[in-house]
Design a protein around this ligand. Structure first.
Ligand code: AMP
Ligand code: MG
Length: 417
């Protein structure tokens, strides 16, 4: 516990260690097409059975040459063959050059490519029978404009490792060594529901007809979208009323077919917060008070084989606790090895002179000068801040920030991928 932390509060780091320790057993695996594997976590090492590129090839349109034929610039030599991408040439005869195109294999004997801009095609001389002669206007360096066999991937190399999350570049690399299928962790099946009698689904009541005290359910939408981005299959169970029996029933049903039950709201300690007793009726639950802002209450437990994760109801609290706790949990369940958030140093172009005792995640965005500006209203219900921001300033407990200070910044683009 840090000196500034209130007793009874759990640090976020400690909460994360405990939560990740409970993310077992890892989900089983399945084999899917490379084209379907974006966002999934690899469950095999991918080893290349060939060199990429498979052979030396030209990186320019031009002429394949033997450097020893071209010790001075301006020599003219006959063109003995033509090699396009997809074909292969013959050994380059000394004293000749080969017309070659980008991606075409370099013929045996050639040791450099001269780009066509450095050559002049000579007009045919009367009596010529052997085709074009080309004047090479430079003295080529050995190996120039040749992409070497295996320079991207050498045969036998592990190009992707088990536990790595797949994105567009990873799929391309897997395809480049001939992989058609990949073994990945099965998608987590997640049941999602929101609690709160004040909640109304958009579309069910028009804005001008909203009863006093009602608000639209916003958490459902960003939570479902966040889950899907993490490769989860989501069952949306809608809104559960603030009643013990209804909450127990919803949890019992959800626990049947799902790996994870995720809820928002109802994890404070008010009389209308039924999550804790309801989960305890069916399984086990820890209710944590985490030293973070926004956020703080976070529930974690088990109902049968299903994991239970309960987020606070305030939208920004829900959003941020998902990103810092639920996201790594779901990736660990899928076997991902690297789970730390990527933090980048950034210059604060703002003043923050009323820091909280808890670790704060402040919504901020880059200004045109490359520093960070802070969203004016950092309230935990102000979802506008998350839309406006480029990410979160991770501010240590009790730390005031002066303009010019270096702060820790976590990009939403990193967290939402
Ligand atoms: P709770 O954690 O249930 O005490 O809720 C805290 C605050 O978040 C209350 O103001 C709720 O109205 C609000 N809230 C809870 N769930 C949602 C939701 N799904 N969408 C929008 N606001 C919510
Ligand atoms: Mg509530």
């Amino acid at each position: 516990m840090t000196a500034t932390q209130r007793p009874g509060l759990l640090s976020l780091d400690d909460a994360l260690v405990r939560l990740l320790a409970s993310a077992t057993p890892p989900l089983d695996t399945e084999i899917i097409r490379v084209g379907d594997a974006d966002g999934r976590v690899l469950a095999q090492n991918v080893v290349s059975a060939l060199h990429v590129p498979p052979q030396d090839n030209s990186s320019m349109d031009g002429y394949a040459v033997r450097c020893s034929d071209l010790h001075i610039p301006g020599l003219a030599l006959p063109v003995s063959q033509r090699i396009a991408a997809g074909s292969s040439g013959q050994t380059l005869q000394p004293g000749t050059i080969a017309r070659i195109f980008t991606g075409a294999p370099v013929p045996p004997g050639a040791d450099a490519i001269v780009m066509q801009e450095d050559c002049t095609v000579l007009p045919p001389v009367h009596g010529d029978t052997d085709g074009a002669r080309v004047k090479v206007n430079t003295r080529p360096a050995l190996g120039q404009f040749i992409r070497r066999a295996g320079e991207d991937v050498a045969r036998g190399k592990t190009v992707l490792a088990s536990g790595q999350r797949l994105g567009p570049a990873e799929l391309g690399l897997a395809a480049s060594i001939g992989m058609a299928d990949l073994e990945v962790a099965r998608s987590p099946r997640v049941a999602l529901f929101s609690t709160g009698d004040e909640l109304v689904m958009p579309g069910s009541v028009a804005p001008q007809d909203m009863p006093a005290g009602a608000i639209y359910n916003s958490n459902r939408f960003f939570l479902a979208a966040l889950l899907r981005r993490l490769g989860c299959v989501v069952t949306d169970l809608g809104i559960v009323p603030d009643r013990r029996d209804a909450t127990v029933q919803a949890l019992r049903d959800a626990a049947q077919m799902h790996d994870v039950i995720l809820t928002s709201g109802g994890v404070s300690v008010g009389e209308e917060d039924h999550i804790k007793p309801a989960v305890q009726t069916l399984g086990t639950l820890d209710l944590w008070q985490i030293a973070m802002k926004p956020g703080k209450p976070f529930a974690h437990g088990r109902i049968g084989a299903a994991h239970f994760l309960g987020l606070p109801g305030n939208p920004v609290s829900s959003f941020v606790t998902f990103l810092v706790l639920v996201r790594p949990f779901l990736l660990k369940l899928q076997g991902q090895s690297a789970l730390a958030m990527k933090v980048i140093p950034a210059r604060a172009d703002f003043k923050w002179d009323r820091p909280d005792k808890r670790r704060e995640f402040l919504r901020a965005r880059y200004n045109p000068e490359g520093g960070l500006a802070l969203f004016a209203n950092q309230g935990s219900g102000v979802l506008t801040s998350a839309v406006w921001g480029d990410g979160l300033v991770d501010n240590p407990p009790g730390k005031a920030v002066e303009p010019g200070d270096t702060v820790r910044f976590i990009l939403f683009s990193e967290l939402l991928a």
